[in-house]
Structure formats: structure tokens, C-alpha cells
Design a binder for this molecule. Structure first.
Ligand SMILES: [Zn+2]
Length: 225
């Protein structure tokens, strides 16, 4: 049974073009909560023939998602206001019976968890096709020089693959956003701070943080010579 009105969601896409993928993700999370409860599976529908195999796999449930970090209190006031607006938009399209036990703030907090822990599925042209959330993959920290990557092609599981040799005891990092060689420290930190609310201190950022002083000194030396 659908717990949303698809026509209303299409209207939301016009009102919130930049947020519609996130709105769809939160609607999907709430719909699954309504269908399966807090601890039931929220994986995609499984063909019966695959039932035996699938039953052995732990699919993330609502509580797995709800345990992730993220609340409106850690966002600046203007962004908190926008997140509450998005929550209101979700409330406007859900069947009342599916949201009668939750508040606007609860849904706004889901948006925060989604923002801080989700991954995008991107087209070759760079368009975001969908948002996916793999709660266990959210525990990997970011590095601008990662040694592993997340594949989002499998809708049921995020797959982490090492991209270089990793020594015993070395942290496995993924990139929350991929940066080019030309993306400087300021750009990367600004982007990560806005998107994920942290100041990146990965090995690449720490190294580049030390470099400007050296580079300035080099330029002075070049001018003098
Ligand atoms: Zn970094």
C-alpha cells in the first residue's frame, strides 16, 4: 500500500528542485518504517526465488539508520529552518496514519542523518540519479586521498574496495566527495565543512596546510634571485 501521493511528490519536485532526491529518500525511509517497523528489513523487494539466500543477509532496518549521527542542532539556524521546511514537505505527502506517531523535528533530524551519511548515485554526466544509504558504510571516515572506494551500484549492499595497498593498522578511508588534483585545500575544506560539518584533517589536507608557507618562501627566494 502506498503511503504517499505521487502527484504531490511531483509538485514537491517543482518547489524543491535541489532537494527532491533527499525528500524521496526520507519518504522511502518513513514508508519502510511504516511497512516493516523499526527493526524490520528495509531492503528492496526480494523475488521469492531468492528468499532463502536473502534471509541469511542482514538488511539495514529503520533503527540502523536512526542510530546514525545527525540532528538539526548541529546545523546553523538558516539551514535548520530549511530542514524543517523539508520535513513539512514530507508531512504534506505522507498518509497521516504513517506519520501519526512522529513530529516535524523527528523528520527534520532524519534529513540531517541522511545529509551526513548518504551517498549519491551519479550518472556519467555528473547528475545525481538517486541517494543511497548504507548505515555500515557511514562509519568509514573521509580522506581527500582515500585508500578505498565505495561502489553504490548494488542497491542492496554498498561495497568497499581497496584502491591501494593498506598496511596493517592503517585506517581505511573513502572519499565522501572526489576531488581533482586542482581542487585546493581551501575549496575542499569549504565543501566538506558545508556538506558534512567537519574540517578535513586528512593526510592530503594536513600536508597542504604546511605547504603555503614553504611555497611563499620559495616565491620570495625566486624574486630575489
Ligand atoms: Zn582532506
Amino acid at each position: 500500500m502506498s503511503v504517499t501521493h505521487s502527484k504531490k511528490i511531483s509538485k514537491l519536485a517543482q518547489s524543491f528542485p535541489d532537494d527532491i532526491n533527499e525528500i524521496r529518500a526520507v519518504i522511502s525511509i518513513l514508508s519502510n518504517r511504516h511497512a516493516f517497523g523499526h527493526s524490520g528489513a528495509v531492503g528492496p523487494k526480494i523475488p521469492e526465488s531468492e528468499g532463502d539466500k536473502v534471509n541469511k543477509v542482514h538488511y539495514p532496518c529503520f533503527d540502523d539508520f536512526n542510530r546514525l549521527i545527525g540532528s538539526v542542532d548541529i546545523f546553523p539556524p538558516d539551514r535548520k529552518k530549511h530542514l524543517l521546511l523539508l520535513a513539512q514537505a514530507v508531512f504534506s505527502v505522507m498518509e497521516p496514519s504513517s506519520i501519526e506517531d512522529i513530529t516535524l523535528l523527528f523528520v527534520a533530524n532524519l534529513f540531517c542523518k541522511e545529509r551526513l551519511n548518504s551517498f549519491g548515485q551519479w550518472s556519467h554526466k555528473g547528475d545525481c540519479l538517486a541517494i543511497v544509504i548504507y548505515p555500515s558504510c557511514s562509519f568509514y571516515n573521509h580522506s581527500c586521498l582515500p585508500n578505498a572506494q565505495l561502489s553504490t551500484e548494488d542497491q542492496r549492499n554498498g561495497i568497499i574496495t581497496c584502491t591501494k595497498a593498506i598496511k596493517a593498522g592503517e585506517e581505511v578511508n573513502i572519499a565522501y566527495s572526489y576531488f581533482n588534483d586542482s581542487d585546493n585545500l581551501e575549496h575542499r575544506r569549504e565543501y566538506l565543512s558545508w556538506s558534512y560539518l567537519f574540517t578535513c584533517r586528512c593526510s592530503r589536507c594536513s600536508q597542504e596546510e604546511k605547504e603555503p608557507a614553504v611555497q611563499k618562501e620559495d616565491k620570495k627566494t625566486q624574486k630575489r634571485s
